[in-house]
Design a protein around this ligand. Sequence first.
Ligand SMILES: [Zn+2]
Length: 151
Amino acid sequence: MKVTEKSLRARCTEINMGLLKNTTFGIRFERLSAGYKVELQYRDATPPQVLIQDATASEAAAAIEGAVLGAVAVKSAGTGTPEYVTRETFVRQVGERCPKCQTKDLNLGHLSVVKGEIVQHCSCIRCGLVWKSIYRLDDYDCSSAAVVLEP
Ligand SMILES: [Zn+2]
């Protein structure tokens, strides 16, 4: 398939919206008089990193694919701890810790009961995360009923 400026643009858009969506950078290219320039553009103030310049369209395409492979490898290898704990971990900790920073300094809000579920609005004092803790109806127990209703 012949690489054109149009196909490069389409590919960059596809990558930036897809594989690189949650990374810290995107890919962009430019067509200059000397040829194509491909660079990584960071979502913060980091200056862009030029991957290739004065390149032909197919060289530019190869540079783009190379950068994607690198990014996917980093992503699948993981960069340390994930940002939020899993549902299993949250339940094992009986909802006593922030799902993000794991502190016990929480603001526990009011409870609202909806069809067998209790939702509690919570927020973290340390990192500011806001979430809902969800409790599900489990059982009933009459054995300790102390209240006797008079007819
Ligand atoms: Zn937190």
